[in-house]
Design a protein around this ligand. Structure first.
Ligand code: DGL
Length: 238
């Protein structure tokens, strides 16, 4: 069986990470699972999400995954620790809001956008405590419904949701952290709303981390040929 890099998210969000992976590791074989049927993950209970994610991981292992990229901030914040315990043989790389990167880049007024599940997670609290310098101000802002709207790809719905969320918010941030992989699909819209801010996602760093872990474990695909990419969404016939 061909060994694959398994990547999953609650739909189209993680495709932005898959793009970065393909750029730096073009010879790898990928299997992407977009769980649109269960979108949004950000409004699920921990128990519901754990059950969903366990099934996806079992399926990716059956398909020959040598590493699994949890291309979703919410599933990472809530489930990655229990996944590592339940599947000790598997290597997991997760996704988390790029708070560390924004703090290192010395932005002063940072807005972190993510799903309610991610914003309420202990992991985000930890990230802020660990990385924030005294002169920095970090505002955590939950965006219920935004990932779902992006998943529909309906521009009107997305516009409405953006205006509902941000019309009454001050806009004077110098950095906006995209703490949900879906949000990287609407960078143009977000730049219009926050014209002074640098938009930051951690997608490139996640791809580099996958490369590093594969190298360390001697798991890089040695083939000279371009790898195969299979993309499936729940609800599609398999
Ligand atoms: N794309 C996901 C994330 O990074 C989750 C979106 C959702 O299903 O709520 O958090």
């Amino acid at each position: 069986m061909k060994k694959i890099i398994g990547v999953f998210d609650s739909g189209i969000g993680g495709l932005t990470i898959l793009d970065e992976l393909k750029n730096i590791l073009p010879n790898e074989n990928y299997f992407y699972f977009g769980d649109s049927k269960n979108n949004p993950y950000g409004q699920k209970t921990d128990e519901e999400l754990e059950k969903i994610v366990d099934e996806i991981v079992k399926d990716l292992i059956k398909r020959g995954a040598k590493i699994i990229v949890v291309a979703c901030n919410t599933a990472t914040a809530k489930c990655i620790e229990s996944l590592r315990k339940k599947f000790p043989e598997m290597i997991f790389v997760g996704t988390e809001p790029a708070v560390k990167l924004a703090c290192e880049m010395d932005y002063k007024n940072i807005l972190v956008l993510a799903t309610p599940g991610t914003i309420q997670s202990e992991r985000v609290e930890e990230l802020v405590l660990k990385n924030k310098k005294p002169e920095q101000n970090i505002k955590l802002f939950a965006c219920p419904g935004l990932a779902d709207a992006i998943e529909t790809k309906d521009e009107e719905k997305i516009k409405l949701k953006l205006s509902e969320l941000f019309d009454n918010l001050e806009k004077d941030f110098d950095a906006v952290v995209l703490g949900c992989t879906h949000y990287s699909h609407i960078k143009n819209e977000l730049s219009e709303i926050f014209p002074k801010a640098k938009l930051i996602d951690g997608n490139k760093n996640i791809a580099k981390q996958v490369q590093k872990v594969l190298q360390e474990n001697n798991l890089l695909n040695e083939s000279e040929e371009k790898g195969k990419i299979e993309i499936i969404f729940s609800g599609d016939s398999k």
